[in-house]
Every structure is written in structure tokens, then in C-alpha cells.
Design a protein around this ligand. Structure first.
Ligand code: ADP
Length: 414
């Protein structure tokens, strides 16, 4: 070993202590710092002995790699700064521990190695940052491609959804023209046409209402009208509403009298009705004829949990989150149909995002449990809906309602 290498090697333990203290702020190399520093030191000694600075490159490369993997490189994790700290610590130690003459000589030898180390660190850092930027760019590009795809899927599905009721209205409209010019059965035919036109406009309304709801939820504009509600009454109202379809599809819908279902709570009755209806309509849609749908639940501290279980086709675990995302489940436009309760009749894919928005606006949560999607075995799905069991309307809403009162009413209220 040459003289300078011997001199520096003699300071090994002090060097380790000084440098470790200076480097504790560098997140990326904090783990196994001691082992890393000892490797760097040994390589520096070999580099000095062989007069070949390349020896220290491998340690710097491995630091750069671990820093960029543990977290995105930030200013405080700069490899250049870190090597600069090692240089400052090493030169400080040399000047403190050796005679002036030895210190000057050793500093002169050490400087080119540290200049090389800083240069390597800057290079490695640049590479790591470039790779990081590239990954980030790729991520943004993928996200943009997804947005673009869902936009065009949406246009295609929305056009299809809107076209079906329009065609219906047009058809009945022309029938009406014919009926009015014909002499027989004029009344009967007109009544039939009006029924068809009403059904078509109703469906158009539902689609447009769904779109408005989604945009209100997105923009945090959903205002809840808190009033006393009973979960059981809401479920029974949904059951009455869907009775004809349930009969037609030979399904059974059982509403259980579970603990909490008869408790009076404060919520927006219409919106909770809409949410529960969406879930039960989906259970109807995705359960083959003859299947069973059950609404059960339990009272939990601060919440009522409603469970809607069906014996339908089920949902793949990888879709459990996606189905609650807006336009996350747009499929083939040709599968979409305005017969919204027929088996697997697709819709615009807004039902679950709206339901989630309504439940979350109440301070609740919704999720699904299902083994997977299998149209033969029909493993079924369980939708969990957590509704806060408020015993009074929230403050902000009370104030909102109060503002809507007349002067006379306000006097009474105050
Ligand atoms: P859609 O209008 O397509 O029914 P939703 O938002 O109501 O939109 O539902 C999203 C998707 O979630 C559906 O397309 C379907 O794939 C799946 N889904 C929802 N409920 C059920 C269920 N009970 N059983 C099986 N799949 C379901």
C-alpha cells in the first residue's frame, strides 16, 4: 500500500464515525449505512493504492440505485450533495488529525478521487432522474390514453343509450299519425302510442337525470335534504316499485326486518331510496330468472349496515373497485339496452358511481363482496351499504334549511 493510502487507512474508524454523523439526513442510504461506507472507504483505499479512481464507481452506482428506488430523488437526497458531504468530512478529518504537512499531502492526493466521485455521482443522478422522468411520462401517457378511451366509449354508449328511447318515441309517433288517419280502433291505438311515447321519454329523463347527478357529485354540489327516514320503509317502497319486474323475471325479493332497520335516522330519504333502488335493480339485472335477492343488515355503532345479497353472476375481484368508478364499466355499446331490468341489460354505467356518491355524501361507505363472475355457477354478490345512523340532521344542513324558511317561520324556529 502506498504512503497516502496507509495514512488514510489509519483514520478508518474516526472516518466512519465522522461521515456517518454527516450522512444521517440522506434517506436513500440510511439503511445499512455503515456497511456501505466501509465498502466505499475500502474501495477508496484501493483506488488510491492503484491510482485508479474507477474503484469507487460501483459503490456510488449502488447508492444512486437504492436512492432512486426507495423514493423519487429529491433535493435532499442528491447523490452529489452526499458525496460532497463525504469529501468535506474526509478533508476535515485529515486536517484535524494529521500534521499540517501530512494533511496537505494527503488532501492533494485525495482531491482527484473526490472530483471523480462527484462527477460519477452527478452522472448517476442524471441517469436516475431521466429514468424517473421517463417513468412518470409513461404513467401520464397511460392515464391520458385511458381517459381518451373512456371518453370515446362514453360517447358511443351514451349515443346508443339515447338512441333506443328516441327510436321508440319516433316509432310510436308515426304509429299515432297512422292511427289518427285510420277509422277503426282509433282510441285504442292512440292510447297504446301514448304509452310507448311516455315510456321512451321516461327513459330519456332517467338517462339525463343520471348524467346530472354524476356531474353534481363530481362538483360536490349534491345537497342532501336531511329528514327522518326508516331503512325498512325505503326497502319496502323499492320492493313495491319493482314488484312487477320481479314477478315477470320470477325472482324473489325478501326484505328482512333486521336490527336498526326500523330505527328513525336522519338522511336524505329520496337519495337513499335512489341508492338502495340502484343496488336492487342491479341485483335484478345480474341475477338469472328464478334467482333470489335478499336485503338484510345489522345495527353497528354509529351506522346501519344494509346487505343486498343476490344469487346472480357475481363480480370478479379485480372489478370490485372499478364498477364504482364513473364510466369504469363501459363495455361494448351493442350490449347496451334500454330494457334496464332485463337479464344483463347494460346501462350507461352511472348507477354505482351515483350510489357511491350519495352514500359517501351522507358520510357512509359502500363496497361489494363476490367470489367472481361466473354465469354458470352464479356465485352471487353482496353489496354492503353503511349508512350513518344520525339522530339529528347535521349542523350545516340545519342552517341551510333554516335559511329557506319564511320570516314568520324563522321566528318560530328561533
Ligand atoms: P350499469 O348501468 O352498467 O348496470 P352500474 O354502475 O349500475 O352500471 O353497474 C356497473 C357494473 O357493475 C355493471 O355493468 C355490472 O358489470 C356490475 N354489477 C353491478 N351490480 C352487480 C350485481 N349485483 N351482480 C353482478 N354484477 C354487477
Amino acid at each position: 500500500m502506498n504512503e497516502s493510502a496507509v495514512l488514510l487507512n489509519g483514520l478508518k474508524s474516526e472516518w466512519l464515525e465522522v461521515i456517518e454523523k454527516r450522512l444521517t439526513k440522506f434517506e436513500g442510504v440510511r439503511t445499512e449505512l455503515e456497511a456501505d461506507l466501509l465498502t466505499f472507504f475500502d474501495q477508496l483505499i484501493v483506488a488510491m493504492d492503484t491510482n485508479s479512481p474507477m474503484w469507487i464507481d460501483t459503490t456510488i452506482a449502488s447508492w444512486a440505485k437504492s436512492a432512486s428506488q426507495s423514493q423519487p430523488l429529491s433535493g435532499s437526497d442528491s447523490m452529489v450533495l452526499m458525496v460532497g458531504e463525504i469529501m468535506a468530512g474526509s478533508l476535515g478529518l485529515v486536517s484535524d488529525s494529521l500534521s499540517a504537512e501530512q494533511a496537505v499531502a494527503l488532501t492533494r492526493v485525495l482531491m482527484p478521487f473526490f472530483v471523480h466521485a462527484i462527477d460519477t455521482a452527478a452522472n448517476q443522478e442524471l441517469q436516475a432522474r431521466l429514468a424517473q422522468t421517463h417513468r412518470e411520462l409513461q404513467r401520464v401517457q397511460n392515464a391520458l390514453a385511458r381517459v381518451d378511451k373512456s371518453k370515446s366509449d362514453f360517447i358511443s354508449v351514451a349515443a346508443h343509450e339515447l338512441k333506443t328511447p328516441l327510436t321508440l318515441i319516433e316509432g310510436y309517433n308515426s304509429m299515432m299519425h297512422e292511427a289518427l288517419s285510420a277509422t277503426t280502433n282509433r282510441r285504442l291505438q292512440s292510447a297504446l302510442c301514448i304509452k310507448g311515447i311516455t315510456a321512451g321519454t321516461k327513459r330519456l329523463h332517467e338517462i339525463v337525470d343520471d348524467m346530472i347527478d354524476v356531474s353534481m357529485i363530481d362538483n360536490n354540489l349534491l345537497i342532501l335534504n336531511y329528514q327522518p327516514v326508516w331503512i325498512n320503509r325505503i326497502c319496502l317502497a323499492v320492493q313495491r316499485d319493482l314488484d312487477a319486474i320481479i314477478q315477470q323475471r320470477q325472482l324473489s325479493l325478501t326484505i328482512k326486518n333486521f336490527p336498526g332497520s326500523n330505527d328513525m335516522i336522519f338522511a336524505d330519504g329520496e337519495r337513499i331510496y335512489q341508492a338502495v333502488r340502484n343496488i336492487i335493480v342491479n341485483a335484478v339485472k345480474y341475477t338469472p330468472d328464478g334467482g333470489a335477492i335478499t336485503v338484510d343488515g345489522r345495527a353497528l355503532p354509529g351506522f346501519i349496515e344494509v346487505l343486498v345479497t343476490d344469487t346472480g353472476i357475481g363480480i370478479d375481484p379485480e372489478d370490485h373497485q372499478r364498477i364504482f368508478e364513473k364510466f369504469g364499466n363501459l363495455g361494448d355499446a351493442s350490449l347496451h339496452s334500454s330494457g334496464i331490468t332485463k337479464f344483463k341489460g347494460g346501462g350507461p354505467g352511472l348507477g354505482l358511481p351515483i350510489t357511491k356518491g350519495i352514500i359517501e355524501a351522507h358520510g357512509g361507505a359502500i363496497w361489494v363482496e363476490s367470489e367472481g363472475c361466473d354465469e354458470v355457477k352464479c356465485p352471487g354478490s353482496i353489496f354492503h351499504i353503511m349508512i350513518p345512523s344520525r339522530k339529528s340532521p347535521p349542523e350545516a344542513i340545519a342552517a341551510h334549511r333554516h335559511n329557506g324558511l319564511t320570516k314568520e317561520e324563522r321566528v318560530l324556529y328561533d
